[in-house]
Write a protein that binds this ligand. Structure first.
Ligand SMILES: Cc1cc2nc3c(=O)[nH]c(=O)nc-3n(C[C@H](O)[C@H](O)[C@H](O)COP(=O)(O)OP(=O)(O)OC[C@H]3O[C@@H](n4cnc5c(N)ncnc54)[C@H](O)[C@@H]3O)c2cc1C
Length: 389
């Protein structure tokens, strides 16, 4: 039987980062990935804010495809636009991004085992025993589940599911974008979050949406809408579907196991972006898993330090995001139009968006907007107030 201090399940961004930080903290670490290739299949639009890139601890590499300075945001009948002087986000190749993160982990001493599907988890005398699809057994003091949204092993260990799981779908196709440095966001085409158009700089774009259910149905409808006519230049060459978990459970640790990333619902509820929170939380998971393993104490109580560490860094941001998400999804299309019409009459609010807009920390912008919303923007003011107080 293979023996490790820490075993990490899943070589997505959260798993690679957790494995690297566990190794940096002195543990011997095994990273297990079910697929035979890293970064595939892709379940992502690959839009990363600057904070996510910073948290990746890598300089901008071959994975970066297109830079963005702003956005056109649409409600059914209105539009607001903004463009900052500097870059705010990047479209990346998730395949290359994930491979680079794995490489960083391996360079720091992590053992990688791909083609290794973990099918069961059990506790044995203060340790954990994992068994794989090809019937190997691995003993680890601490297991980190970075399995993504399915989180089968995490549920087996007793981690509760997230508050909700949205359905996402995206195609990549030839497309004419008005401005290659702006993403397009559309509120209203489906019940849930929003639809996006992410130009890739070579007459290609990623167009997708995330909704309460049946994302493929709503995406087909969205692609046939009038404003798409003449912009779509050919058939899709790629289709991505997946779930977006939101609202982490009360505890992300169990006896012997820490859940991180999508497996722990650590996703921004305002955008469905999981890479930034996943990377932040993975560092806490790696550090605590290594320390607990080296101390020989993998109890839920000991691993609870991880829960405290990640909540101190981004717990409040995710909680506020969840309230904003619930409020936004409860608005009618008419109310959305009213709020957008109000914003488009207020250049000072759009300037704040250009200055402080950050897809990784939307609450900072929302707080800055609050004092600038006048009596005529009561609906928006109430929305922001309800999210914060
Ligand atoms: C349509 C869509 C668009 C998105 N767009 C964005 C975006 O633009 N920006 C952003 O930040 N986020 C986006 N997300 C969310 C983002 O993709 C996830 O939050 C992110 O991939 C989560 O990283 P992770 O490491 O937690 O899990 P994952 O990336 O899902 O990695 C989990 C890994 O674990 C492996 N695995 C699972 N179970 C086992 C097992 N039992 N044994 C071995 N291996 C296992 C899987 O094969 C996988 O490689 C999007 C999601 C969807 C669905």
């Amino acid at each position: 039987m293979l023996k490790y201090d820490v075993a990490v399940i899943g070589a997505g961004p959260a798993g690679s980062m957790a494995a690297k930080h566990a190794a940096l903290a002195g543990a011997n670490v095994l990273l297990l990935e079910e697929h035979k290739e890293i970064g595939w299949p892709v379940e992502c639009a690959g839009l990363l804010g600057l904070k996510a890139l910073e948290e990746s601890e890598m300089s901008l590499g071959k994975f970066a495809i297109q830079a963005f300075k702003g956005a056109d945001v649409y409600s059914p009948k209105a539009k607001v636009s903004f463009k900052a002087p500097s870059i705010k986000a990047w479209a990346v190749s998730r395949k290359l991004f994930d491979r680079s993160l794995v490489l960083e982990a391996v360079r720091n001493g992590v053992d990688l085992s791909f083609g290794s599907y973990v099918k069961s988890f059990r506790r044995n005398d203060g340790s954990c025993i994992l068994s794989t699809g090809d019937d190997r057994e691995i003993q680890a003091r601490v297991v980190i589940s970075a399995e993504g949204v399915r989180a089968f092993v995490a549920r087996m260990a007793g981690i509760a599911p997230p508050d909700k799981i949205l359905s996402g779908a995206q195609v990549e196709l030839p497309f004419t974008a008005e401005d290659q440095e702006k993403v397009e966001l559309h509120l209203g085409p489906a019940p849930g979050l929003f639809a996006w158009v992410i130009p890739l700089g070579n007459d290609m774009a990623r167009i997708g949406l995330c909704t309460k259910e049946n994302a493929c149905f709503y995406l087909r409808k969205f692609l046939k809408m009038d404003w798409m006519k003449g912009r779509i230049l050919g058939s899709p060459v790629d289709l991505v579907v997946g779930g977006l978990p939101m609202g982490p459970p009360t505890s992300t640790v169990a006896e012997g196991l820490i859940a991180v990333g999508d497996a722990a619902g650590q996703v921004k509820p305002t955008s469905g972006g999981g890479i930034y929170p996943g990377l932040v939380c993975a560092k806490a998971a790696g550090k605590v898993a290594a320390a607990a393993a080296l101390e020989g104490d993998s109890s839920k109580k000991r691993l609870g330090e991880c829960d405290r560490l990640w909540r101190a860094r981004i717990g409040q941001e995710l909680a506020v995001g969840m309230r904003l998400n619930n409020l936004l999804t409860s608005l009618t299309l008419e109310e959305l139009d009213e709020i957008f019409a109000y914003l488009s009459r207020k250049p000072e609010l759009l300037r704040l968006v250009e200055e402080h807009g950050d897809i990784d920390r939307p609450s900072i912008l929302a707080l800055k907007m609050l004092p600038h919303v006048g009596i005529d923007g009561l609906k928006l003011a109430n929305l922001l107030r309800k999210a914060f107080f």
